[in-house]
Design a protein around this ligand. Structure first.
Ligand SMILES: Cc1cc2nc3c(=O)[nH]c(=O)nc-3n(C[C@H](O)[C@H](O)[C@H](O)COP(=O)(O)OP(=O)(O)OC[C@H]3O[C@@H](n4cnc5c(N)ncnc54)[C@H](O)[C@@H]3O)c2cc1C
Length: 362
């Protein structure tokens, strides 16, 4: 028997339950699309409304009501397209929950995404945000992206090279915003992996490395499931849980500064870490090779005493200075005012501009 899920379109709809900051704003129209046909229909039927595409709402902050159409992408499906001895190509619809896709991979022993476990949100959101965690990056496994072109009302296939994927950014977040809606992505996963990416190390020392975590509960040869469990344990120790707090995880990107600036900051902040800009493997600690290095924004904020600081409904998580949290009652404006203070403080004391990772929607 086949079930067709009818597209729901609601008017003057609160999206409080559809964003992890739990900001209670209303949108003029809210459409939950389950198929590409639904997408076609909704774009055709509301040609004059400004649109915003929403996945799991785990990286957006709405400042006020949305006078237009929010399209919530619920397109589902995971399909193996082809495989050979070493790899398997998996097509995943953009409404699938990213973490469910990881569980699906671990059950089949397909490697390449296990370190990105527990990142909230959808596959569509993960692609546009260019997610990464614990030394793995979505672009390591991303093979092809299918998008719906809102202007031409047609589907288009894109290679990752066309999307300008950069640190937490892509053309989807810039000139393609709300023009290309990601409908699915193909991932090239590794079969029979024997070695894993375990190099990530919290160099400030507080939570150790994934490898140390792994050793504490598992025996060699480690499995994909062991690696994912080690990452989960580390994340539970250091990151806020979306059931307890309103949050989008890290609010700011780690700033990229010149090596000269880094040396200057190092004099003020003992043991300030730096990462090479060109890769996220956290292996090369020199920072001498390129002209620029990435520095941890959380450390700058921590030095300035932001960890655990609250102002009414908004605060900073007490175990991670980069995570802005709320009691789920804060408005978008309140969060925005709070983060402006954080930015001002860092600029004043260190001359560094913090840039938001979260998509702030006005
Ligand atoms: C507790 C916590 C921990 C986190 N940890 C990490 C982490 O370790 N690493 C990391 O990289 N991120 C992390 N994040 C951030 C966030 O989870 C990711 O960026 C996630 O991929 C966003 O997906 P989403 O579906 O929720 O996107 P949304 O928040 O819904 O949208 C984000 C942006 O993508 C656009 N978008 C969404 N879906 C589509 C689509 N189908 N087509 C076109 N555009 C689309 C939206 O318009 C918006 O601009 C964390 C967040 C939280 C709350």
């Amino acid at each position: 028997m086949y079930y067709t899920v009818i597209m729901k379109i609601q008017k003057d709809f609160s999206i409080k339950d559809f964003n992890t900051f739990s900001v209670d704003i209303k949108t003029k129209y809210f459409a939950e699309v389950n198929t590409i046909d639904d997408l076609q229909k909704v774009i055709k039927n509301y040609p004059d409304e400004k649109i915003f595409v929403l996945g799991g709402g785990s990286n957006v902050l709405f400042l006020r009501d949305w006078d237009g159409l929010i399209i919530k992408v619920n397109i589902m499906g995971i399909k193996v397209l082809r495989e050979d001895e070493e790899s398997v190509y998996v097509e995943v619809a953009s409404g699938e929950i990213w973490d469910d896709f990881i569980s699906w991979c671990i059950e089949r022993n397909y490697a390449g995404v296990e370190n990105m476990v527990m990142i909230p949100g959808t596959v569509g959101g993960a692609v546009t945000q260019n997610i990464a965690a614990y030394g793995q990056n979505i672009t390591d496994v991303l093979f092809e992206i299918e998008v719906f072109d809102v202007e031409k009302r047609d589907l288009l296939k894109l290679k990752p090279e066309e999307c300008n994927f950069e640190y937490r950014s892509s053309r989807f977040k810039n000139e393609w915003k709300n023009r290309y809606i990601v409908t699915s992505a193909i991932f090239k996963m590794k079969k029979n992996a024997k070695t894993f990416e375990l190099s990530y190390h919290e160099r400030a020392g507080r939570y150790g490395s994934i490898f140390e975590e792994l050793k504490s509960f598992a025996k060699e040869p480690y499995t994909l499931s062991d690696v994912a469990t080690a990452v989960k344990r580390q994340r539970e120790k250091r990151l806020p849980n979306v059931d307890d707090y309103g949050t989008c995880g890290s609010f700011f990107r780690n700033p990229i500064v010149s090596v000269k600036k880094f040396k200057e900051l190092e004099k003020k902040i003992t043991d300030l870490q730096s990462y090479p800009v060109e890769n996220l493997n956290y292996k090369n600690e020199e920072g001498e090779k390129g002209e620029f290095v990435k520095i941890p924004a959380g450390r700058l904020l921590d030095e300035l005493g932001w960890k655990g600081k609250w102002c009414e409904n908004v605060g900073v998580f007490d175990r991670h200075a980069l995570c802005v949290v709320t009691n789920k009652k804060a408005t978008g404006e309140e969060v925005s005012q709070f983060i402006q203070e954080m930015k001002k403080d860092v600029k004043k004391n260190y001359g560094v501009d913090l840039i938001e990772e979260v998509d702030i929607v006005c």
